[in-house]
Design a protein around this ligand. Structure first.
Ligand code: AQP
Length: 333
């Protein structure tokens, strides 16, 4: 049976190595498998859960599409589209928010992290974000959802919502309960400045992340300045638990080389970080530089990017409109 793949990326700028290794690189592998039908969505409705400058949002939508294509997603094979253009997402999100329970949402750790201490001032959209995410996924009868480890909890909530809707309205398998596709290793890339914090677009310091638009010199400089401890590289995997920055850099290296952690540790045990960082810079530059150059080239061709979004909208809208029509009937509208 064909797998139906759905995933989204927020057009909030600064797409980074964490987004690439945790999500986009998997999208490319899934796109390349002829057994899969893939839909990749630029989730701008999610982006506005925190304040966005409208001009930046528009250009970040283009940049996200350019990044998908530059990384190797083929728009002829996979659907690439913009969430806000397909109105069924907002409609389904409302209906599903009447199915989801407050208690479920209250457990979401990402809301707690993003809202911080001042959660009374956070938008309602930020709180109900996972319900919109469930709508995105369920509208397309998605069977598998490739995401980074940070989205695991939201996907579990999506499964709960799907099951509750099917039970409440007594329609078995109306919503497909999707499976997460989360890589076991290296699914959470951490900040280059703090091995305990996720690499993130919104982190103020640009030195904390490798952007997919960084050039060779920027990448080398950021890796040189990445935080490490004073010890040489470990010789045992267990040592990594107490050395988060070393663990992160070794993880990035392993992920890009398709190595196990053990293999990387065996290669560099006892060596100093300056030698390791040189090797790491080389492989990050080799992977990211062609993508970065391609993104810049694609961004000069807005007509091409808009055409991808238009074609994607037509295909996505056809699928989502049929599903939302059935949802209306089931609910009794
Ligand atoms: N650090 C990460 N490591 C692995 N995967 C990651 N993802 C994000 N950060 C990491 C995965 O990238 C996909 C797209 O993420 P998103 O655009 O929806 O936004 P996000 O998760 O909110 O990304 P950021 O960088 O953390 O943004 P801010 O700073 O706004 O919070 C998802 O599959 C995600 O798992």
């Amino acid at each position: 049976m064909k797998k139906k793949i759905f995933s989204g990326v927020q057009p909030t700028g600064n797409l980074h190595l964490g987004n690439y290794l945790g999500a986009i690189k998997n999208f490319v592998d899934l796109n390349n498998d002829i057994q899969n039908e893939c839909i990749f969505c630029v989730v701008d409705l999610h982006a506005i859960t925190v304040s966005q400058n409208p001009k930046d949002l528009k250009s970040n939508i283009h940049e996200t599409v350019a990044t998908f294509v530059a990384s190797g997603i083929d728009p002829k094979k996979s659907i690439i589209f913009n969430q806000s253009q397909v109105s069924a997402h907002s409609e389904a999100a409302w209906i599903l928010s009447c199915v989801a329970r407050m208690g479920w949402l209250n457990r979401m750790t990402q809301f707690k992290e993003k809202a911080g201490k001042d959660k009374e001032k956070a938008s309602i959209g930020l709180y109900s974000y996972p319900v919109l995410m469930a709508a995105d996924i369920l509208l397309y009868d998605s069977t598998h959802v490739p995401v980074g480890d940070d989205q695991k909890q939201h996907l579990e909530l999506c499964r709960d919502i799907a099951q509750k809707f099917n039970n409440d309205y007594k329609i078995e398998n109306f919503f497909i309960v999707p499976e997460p596709l989360i890589k076991k290793e290296f699914s959470r890339i951490m900040s280059l400045k703090d091995g305990l914090k996720k690499m993130s677009k919104s982190e103020v310091s640009d030195l904390s992340r490798i952007n997919l638009t960084d050039d060779k010199d920027q990448i080398i400089n950021k890796i040189k300045k990445a935080k490490t401890d004073t010890l040489p590289l470990p010789s045992k995997i267990e040592e990594l638990d107490k050395r988060p920055e070393a663990k992160n850099l070794i993880g990035i290296y392993s992920s890009l080389m398709n190595n196990t952690l053990q293999k990387t540790i065996d290669e560099f045990a006892g060596k100093n970080f300056s030698e390791f960082k040189e090797k790491l810079s080389e492989i990050v530059v080799n992977e990211i530089n062609p993508i970065s150059l391609k993104i810049k080239e694609l961004l000069d061709d807005k007509v091409f990017l808009e055409k991808i979004l238009k074609d994607g909208y037509e295909k996505a809208n056809e699928i989502a409109s049929k599903k939302i029509k059935k949802i209306h009937e089931i609910v009794g509208f």
